[in-house]
Write a protein that binds this ligand. Sequence first.
Ligand SMILES: [Zn+2]
Ligand SMILES: [Zn+2]
Length: 255
Amino acid sequence: MFRFTSLSSGSQGNALVVQTDDATFMVDCGLGLRHVEERLACRQLGLSDLDFIVVTHEHADHVGGVAKLARAANCPVLASHGTLAAMGPDHWKGVTTHALSAHRPVKLQGLNLHPIVVPHDAREPIALEVGSSGRRFAMVTDLGSATSYLLERLKGVDALVLEFNHDRDLLSSSTYPPSLKARVGGPSGHLSNDEAADILAHIARNSLQVVVAAHLSQQNNRPELVGRLLEQRLSSTTQRFIANQDEGFDWVLIQ
Ligand SMILES: [Zn+2]
Ligand SMILES: [Zn+2]
């Protein structure tokens, strides 16, 4: 078995759960403990099921609930040196942390975890590729642009969670102050729908079973715009889902 689900996806909080026959782990947690427990329970999971937590970067929507969760679940936290350092040692009191080195895969509980540094305005942010039993899954959110290394790594993945943050026109006509528009739309901000669709065009192969569009801006995006792009860029055999802030998305099985 190799499956994944999201408890929440977007700038108000992110939490993804990946489960294989060998391990269950969370990627990011920007939710409070009560919400995490409730949403895990809806997926027939409890805190004691979590083996570890991977954190992609130090922004609050990804790390806000991690330390508390790690203490409550008594599980270690893995993140880049930069992400761990950005939070400061006091933040991790009572938590076992392991530093991930960029681009250096780690074997853990039957999994290959491959951190990929991405351009985003954080200390040392990563995307995460996970391999298990010959299948590959990648979680790629919070990046302003794709690097050639990222595109190379994504070739041949079976399942992909990819940021579709904003529609360029909605962002430019939004009420955001100019500095925030520049940050979100810049090369170290977030992916626009078109940029995400270009990544798909680059990597889409018949092997790609499923794509989940994630981290949609509630103000500067519309699920129907994303749905249209997925329709255009993916083959009919690729399943597609769109994550949302309140519910994330249900279990997706990688065959
Ligand atoms: Zn985020
Ligand atoms: Zn971020």
